[in-house]
Write a protein that binds this ligand. Structure first.
Ligand code: GLU
Length: 512
């Protein structure tokens, strides 16, 4: 019987989830759904020194925003709990002791001074990677070099110790990465990593392998920065005798800075003015904050679509995918091997596409909310009309209102620069005549009619409409650019248009 696919996202609670982490979660989610399996979330909090409160809630909220909540997690446990490593603490020591027993791990009693002296010695001897490994361990204080009695005595007297993995002297370690293919590493390049720390906590490596095994994980999909650890993990599976159920590995390509030079960092976002986190973050303890895509006005479905394409593509021209469509199209084979440049212009493009695709009715509440925050009440119909005016021109929903306030607020001030260039005698002539014709008009008035009447007026005065158009806009909106003016006329109606023209005529000084 084939095993149920079970994947996990295993963040450490060390601060807000970077966009690269969200992408890892998304790919895990897509793979699980595609294979009809389960998506788990495990909090890897064995390193108490790096623990940042609030991280777990942040992760939970970010994934919920994107609609990719895990099937099993600390807040929604399944049968393999607990889902926080700190709560599994008591189980790890026995696994480490089993490895000691089997000769794959050993006690090491070296003090930090002794470790430092070892590194200095190796550096002086021009060893390229001075580390605790299959060669240097023979010179150190551990259960491989000390007598059985001494080890026993030290353990009994409570001497501090760690448990290290005993990397074989000469062995090829192979793994078949789903993205990279065969990866082969010689064991002489690996060091004897600590598995249990002197405080009784496991390190990431031990806890990660034990938990993946106990949680029946079938595929490990994680960032490329973990590829160097993978050979050790393969060895640990072998040492534990769990080779038959060892998960398959897929190491995701790095997310790169926009110029392609190096890994994308929080600082890049700050420097270049875009978010690198899904939602806003605030560290209540030290006041540190980070901007999120959500609060900047990105739709969750647009952001998700953008994220999916940061390292994966469907192999054809299609770019717009719902979450269900992503599940359908997703395959690990179509994840690229090389790093992906982060391009904020693409994120904006996605937002624009999703915004355009939403109905005016659905978007109207953004206008109503934005206006209401400024103490202005807007009716649904007006809000929808404002949406229609701006939908094709904006990237974020907040801009729908920001660029159209003049629809409901009669301008009392005018862009002086435009007035200085455009408010000439011709403009005054056309606008005066247009106001007059509107004041005597009681028929239907839509964008087409508004345009036709304005055209007739300028023709009658023998003035080219194009020459005065910006002045007309200035009179109605107070500024020189904006959405389709005739649509604005239609929303305002004849009375309001005429009133605004009269006010502008009375207020602005004619040039030239
Ligand atoms: N806790 C690791 C991290 O913070 C997880 C790595 C893995 O998925 O194995 O990224």
């Amino acid at each position: 019987m084939s095993r149920e696919v079970r994947v996990r996202f295993a963040p450490s609670p060390t601060g807000p989830l970077h966009i690269g982490g969200v992408r890892t979660a998304l790919y895990n989610y897509l793979f699980a759904r595609k294979m009809g399996g389960k998506f788990l979330l495990r909090i890897e909090d064995t390193d108490q020194a790096r623990f940042v409160p609030g991280t777990e809630d942040y992760i939970k909220e970010s994934l919920a925003w994107l609609g990719i909540s895990p099937d099993e997690s600390p807040w929604n446990p399944g049968d393999c709990g607990p889902y926080r490593q700190s709560e599994r603490k008591s189980s790890y020591m026995q696994y480490a002791l089993d490895l000691v027993e089997a000769g794959h791990a050993y006690y090491a009693f070296d003090t930090s001074e002794e470790l430092e002296a070892m590194r200095e010695r190796l550096t002086a001897a021009r060893v390229v990677q001075p580390q605790y490994n299959s060669i240097s361990r023979t010179q150190m204080n551990n259960s491989l070099t000390l007598s059985k009695e001494e080890v026993k005595a030290r353990l009994e007297s409570g001497d501090p110790y760690v448990i290290r993995v005993k990397i074989p002297l000469k062995e090829d370690v192979r793994l078949n990465d789903m993205i990279r293919g065969w990866v082969m590493v010689h064991s002489s390049t690996l060091d004897d990593k600590v598995l249990m720390k002197s405080d009784g906590m496991p390190t990431y490596h031990l806890a990660n392998i034990v938990d993946d095994h106990l949680m029946n994980i079938t595929h490990v999909i994680r960032g490329e920065e973990w590829l160097p650890s993978a050979p050790l993990h393969v060895l640990l599976y072998k040492f534990f005798g769990w080779e038959d159920t060892m998960p398959e590995f897929a190491h995701l390509p790095l997310l790169l800075k926009p110029d392609g030079n190096g890994k994308l960092s929080k600082r890049d976002g700050d420097k270049l003015g875009f978010p690198v986190f899904p939602i806003n973050w605030e560290n209540k303890e030290n006041g540190e904050t980070a901007a999120g895509f959500r609060e900047q006005g990105y739709f969750s479905d647009a952001f998700l679509n953008f994220l999916a394409f940061l390292g994966w593509n469907p192999g054809d021209e299609r770019e717009i995918f719902t979450l269900e469509e992503l599940v359908e199209a997703f395959s690990v084979e179509r994840i690229g091997k090389s790093g992906t440049k982060f391009d904020i212009a693409k994120a904006k493009w996605y937002n624009e596409q999703y915004l355009k695709a939403k109905s005016n009715k659905d978007l109207a509440h953004y206008v109503i909310a934005e206006a209401s925050a400024e103490g202005i009440t807007i009716l649904q119909d007006t809000a929808e009309a404002i949406v229609a005016l701006n939908k094709e021109r904006v990237t974020f929903p907040a801009e729908l209102w920001q660029g159209s306030k003049f629809v409901v607020i009669t301008p009392t001030e005018f862009d002086q620069d435009i007035a200085g260039k455009r408010w000439n005698a011709d403009a005054v002539t056309v606008l005066t005549a247009y106001a007059e014709s509107l004041e005597g008009y009681t028929g239907a008035y839509d964008a087409e009619k508004a345009k036709a009447m304005l055209g007739e007026t300028s023709e009658a005065k023998e003035i080219k409409l194009g020459k005065v158009m910006q002045a007309v806009r200035l009179a109605i909106t107070g500024v020189g650019i904006g959405p389709d003016l005739m649509e604005i006329f239609a929303i305002l109606g004849t009375e309001e248009v005429a009133k605004r023209i009269r006010f502008a005529l009375a207020t602005l000084e004619v040039i030239g």
